[in-house]
Design a protein around this ligand. Sequence first.
Ligand SMILES: Cc1c2[nH]c(c1CCC(=O)O)Cc1[nH]c(c(CCC(=O)O)c1C)Cc1[nH]c(c(CCC(=O)O)c1C)Cc1[nH]c(c(C)c1CCC(=O)O)C2
Length: 407
Amino acid sequence: MVEPVVRPFVMRLLVAFLAGLITATLLVTLMVRQGIAPSEMQPPPVPLARISEGSDDFPALKNDNLLRAARGEPVDRVPVWVMRQAGRYLPEFQEVRAKHDFFTVCRTPELACEVTMQPLRRFDLDASIIFSDILVIPQALGITVEMKPGVGPVLPEPLVGPADLERLNQTGTIERLKYVGEAITMMRRMLEGKVPLFGFTGAPWTLMGYMIEGGGSKTMSKAKAWLTDYPEASQKLLDILTDQVVDYLVMQVKAGAQMLQVFESSADHLSKEQFLSVSLPCLKRIRVDLLRKLADEGVPAVPMVLFAKGAMHSLAEQSQTGYEVLGLDWTIDPEEARKQVGPNVTLQGNLDPQDMYKSPEELRELVLTMVRKFGKHRYIANLGHGITPQTPIESMTVLVQAVHDAL
Ligand SMILES: Cc1c2[nH]c(c1CCC(=O)O)Cc1[nH]c(c(CCC(=O)O)c1C)Cc1[nH]c(c(CCC(=O)O)c1C)Cc1[nH]c(c(C)c1CCC(=O)O)C2
């Protein structure tokens, strides 16, 4: 029973609530009549983006050259980082790996952060990239992935036919990957704003390849056979992976990733026509859906790199996808790449990882020439693929110094 003294107050509350309800119903009815879907009431996408460089929760960014280069703003010096910069060429990484299994390092934020930090202690790099692997997505979907020393990733129960799609556990996937978000947040604090932090993902076609081949493959013959033998199941798998990649990247940005790279490392197995019909639509949807979801949640967008190794035949098409940065492998000349993408995209790359085995003098000359060809504007220096395990450590010092000296 409501006491007599509070009764008028309760009545007033009730009337106010009803009035609100009627106004809202009227508004939605009006909009539906005018053909505006209520979902379109969302605020427009956040314009790309003054990223939370010194956001409330994290230390202010001191070296933002990488983000400036990505946005096409002037830089103090050409930024440089290296794909797989945390890796087996570093003895301190080997030491961690001697004690811990690969995926234990990925899943333990303290270990992932330690390994992410290792190259930054040695070299004057302009970015860090969170330590993880592209294969954590298949793993979170329920596919076993092992990292075999000297072999690489092994998936002992690959997808054999369309019925195997039933094995993919699509609920709670991002929850199972939250250790990556925890590592990213911890890393942002540990970096103290020294350089920006990359998050990353594998692209759907590359992930599909590993899931069907059961590991790395010289030919991708089974995955390519899927495309022709099971076109519908292939599309379904690509769609599932695209959805998961989008949610995974949303989680990484919310955790503190300041830049994202999408690795389409197996694009080299596709013809140009296949790249455009199989891979590129997924890459486009990742970009569009990610920006929409971030805007819906009021989270500022971050710049994105698309690295499609072996797809230098389609740079013009890639430049139309909205990614701020395109990663280049070493098969294309810097000036030719610039001609194909036009002035409004940043280029990243593209020294042949094999050049890291040359003498310091030769390496320095190659890097100086490369950087001068790309120029200071809209350029991020990197290798054209990941650094290889036997690379002399001194080559990293030479590379980074030469980039910073070049212009
Ligand atoms: C295809 C791919 C994979 N993983 C990745 C790709 C895309 C990049 C590329 O094309 O090189 C991405 C990746 N893998 C790793 C990172 C860490 C962040 C970094 O420093 O760049 C990143 C960005 C750690 C790793 N991932 C792996 C290692 C070495 C494994 C070990 O320590 O035993 C590291 C440091 C293992 C791995 N993981 C994968 C392969 C093929 C291998 C074995 C071959 C190799 O080592 O180069 C899958």
